[in-house]
Design a binder for this molecule. Sequence first.
Ligand code: B1M
Length: 214
Amino acid sequence: MNDSLFEKAANAVLEGEMNKSKEIAQKSIDQGIDPLKMIEKGFSPGIAEAGRLFDRGELFLPQLMTCADAMKAATNILNQTLGNEPGNNEGVIKVILGSVEGDLHDIGKGIVASLLEANGIEVIDLGTDVPVDKFASKAQEFEVDVIGTSSLLTTTMKETEKLENYLKEKGLRNKFKTIVGGAPVTERWAKKIGADAYAENANEAVSKIFEITQ
Ligand code: B1M
């Protein structure tokens, strides 16, 4: 039963069918399917396949954008069911999140943000294309515990190293913990640049943030 809904979700994204995606997202909520499981097993394989076809030149950018819109419409619905509403988590761990400068990908970051909030972590989401000085100034302004970056491109991934160096230069490195994520980012990269943590997915982001802020 779930398997066929997962398959339908993947196909709706791959075909760029926004309305169908929304319908399937709503149906999965009505059926009581875990929203994160629905994203990971249903919608994500669809966008991953779209990415593969794009890579092979079998799908063009406008089509990929339509697929992304369908994916985003579904995750927007599912993210809301992950847990707490934003703003209900005052007094606990505070995390600033953003996609690094030059990076406009934000679907995964949105899922991470929602799951952190669902786990009682306060999230300040700076959006996309965030330069390192903005991460630093907003982290100070909001007195956060953790700076979290998302990078989806091999080129923009280097911004995370820039951030580590910037924080050091400004004497701020010890004030905040850092966590990095996004498809091309690895544990090895995180260690190389001196980030405090790496998370492969939204669930891991939650556990790693609890770990580094203990
Ligand atoms: Co882009 N794109 N894209 N794209 N896109 C990739 C990343 C790519 C791998 C596709 C491909 O060629 N196969 C490729 C990068 C190649 C590379 O760098 N080696 C690529 C490219 C080339 C580009 C453009 C340059 C294309 C062009 O213009 N010619 C362009 C760049 C724009 C820019 O950023 N400046 C571009 C544009 C776009 C769209 C706008 C069309 C759209 C983004 C829409 C949006 O986000 N609003 C898009 C999409 C959708 C993708 C793919 C297909 C899917 C990304 C996604 O949403 N995945 C992607 C291929 C792929 O990743 N398989 C691709 C689903 C999401 C749930 O997963 O984001 O990985 P993900 O998030 C996960 C984890 O990574 C992790 O948790 C999340 C949930 O589990 N995670 C974190 C993420 N952030 C985290 C932070 C953490 C912890 C965990 O802590 C803080």
